[in-house]
Structure formats: structure tokens, C-alpha cells
Design a protein around this ligand. Sequence first.
Ligand code: SF4
Length: 339
Amino acid sequence: MPTGRQEAALWKRAAASYVDCFLCAHRCHVAPGKRGICQVRENVDGALATLVYGRVIARHVDPIEKKPFFHFLPGSRSYSVAAVGCNFRCGFCQNWQISQWPRTAAGAMPGETLAPEEIVSAAHRYQCASISYTYTEPTVFFEYARDIGILARQAGLKNSFVTNGFMTPEALAEMAGWLDAANVDLKAWQDSFYRKICKARLEPVKETIRRMHEMGIWVEVTTLLVPGQNDDAGDLKGIAEFLASISPDLPWHVSRYHPDFEMREPPATPLETLERAVEIGRGAGLRYVYGGNVGTMEDTVCPSCRATVITRLGFSVVERNLRGAACGKCGAALPLIIA
Ligand code: SF4
């Protein structure tokens, strides 16, 4: 049975009993007895340990649309799990109670102790088509996600990450063969936003999106629009053109922000800002741009004949007009992974 603490993956020994972690792009050089920036990996006697293996802080059965995924297993359920911790410190985090927990906690991490097999069997029991690693940052509970993910694949389930994308190429290489899909937050087009608001950097996130697409992992991207911070029209155009250069079929979700954690200002994103972002995305050549957290702008439309092929209400699929993964009206093949 998992205990919470076990030897981590993706690290190497350094001089003077330090260790170098290369799971995420912070690439922490960790002193003996200290933790990395994520606060869930610790140098124990010159070896790196993960403190969150098998420690589940949240698990729910969610519609896959809630992640959000609109082209990956639409209309299905996803068994969603998290451990505490994150390698970012976003001032507007909407799950900060669990993502930032380890910064204030010494010793053992909180959560139910569950073996990977128990997660996979629960996913089957609740008739889920996939397991999502979500709510906090799954990169920092990589070893647990990997062990669940491999078992899930063997059991006929798919796996998805909801991630900030701040992982290394070495970590991504370890996800080949079991990670099917990722919704990556591309939080802004300015590196200064990443440095100031998230205490991270932009470039590794862009690199992850590129590499995941090349690896055949299905990618959708989300940008939470924070008024006055990342919603400049030129910046949104930069994001949209970057995504379109990878693939015009890459779905982009532009979502409404609301004040949380350390950011009580500005107020929630106006609807007009979301509408403008959707237009910018389409203008850059993206075929699937969705407005999120507003209850409209969430239907999937066939780019060939403009028929609505998936109608959504909130996180529910209420109508499909599909033949397999093709448009039910004109028969055009669509970028959909159907359960
Ligand atoms: S996962 Fe990232 S933040 Fe955590 S110890 Fe490793 S390099 Fe540092």
C-alpha cells in the first residue's frame, strides 16, 4: 500500500548531498532536508522523495466537459483525482486551498491513502471512460498518476492531465504510452505575467504544448482571461496564432475569471471580453474556440457546413449530430475522440 512518501522519479544526485529534480521546468537544486518549490518533493538523506504518492485530497466523478475537454470523449464521465501541491503560485488560483496547502504544512501530506488499483476500480465502478489528474497540478504527483495511468490503460480507460504545462521534456517522454489527452493552461502571452503572477515562465509551457501535439497526445488549451492582466487584444492574437501554427484543429477555451485567493481585484471578466477573444481566435484560423464559465459559446460547429454537431448546456452534452467522429449533416471528418 502507498504511504505518501516514496522515492521520486526524474532526479539525480548532485554535489554535497544536494539533488537535482528535473520533473518540472523549475529544475530545483534541493539542499539536504529541504523541499523543492512545489513543496511536495524533499531531499531525504541525498535522495529525492515524493511526499504525495497515493495521498488523494480530492476525487469526484465529473463530466469530461468540466475539465474542460470538448473534443476528447465528449459526453463521458471522468474519474477525477488530485493530491495536494503545485509548482505555481498563481494569485487567482481557484483551488488554492489544496494546491497551496503544502506551503503551510510540515511533515505528512493530507489525503486518503489509496493504491492505484483502487482508483482504477472506482473509475470502472462509476462507469467512467477516463481518469483525469486535475484540480491541482498533476505534474507534481507524477509518480502516482503514472502508476494509475498505466493500470488504467490496461483496463481500457484513457488518461488526461489538466495541467499548467510547466514540465520538462524528460517528464513528457515518461508520459508516452499512457497519457491520452491534456488540457494545458496557457495563462498569458507575456513572460512577465508568468513571472509576476505565477512565479514561473512562459516558454516551457509553449514547448510542452508543441511537444504534446507531436507526441500524439490530444491537446486542448485554456486561457483564463483576467481583465487588464492578460486580455490585451495583441496578446490574445499572439496566443491564437501560436496555437493555430501547431494545428487549426486545436481547441482553445477562453474562460471567465472571478476573484479568488490573493486576487480580490479586478472583477469578473465581462462577457464582451470573452466574445472578442473568441473572434480573435477564429480570425487567427482556429476552428474551435469556446467561451467558458458563461454558459454560452460552448457548442461545437462543423467548420465545413456550419451545422451544430454537439450542443452543450453547462457541462452537459444535450444533443449530438454526429456519425461516429464525422458531421451528421455533411459527413466531414471532425477532430473528435469518441468513447
Ligand atoms: S517538481 Fe518542479 S518544483 Fe517540484 S522539486 Fe521538482 S523541479 Fe522543483
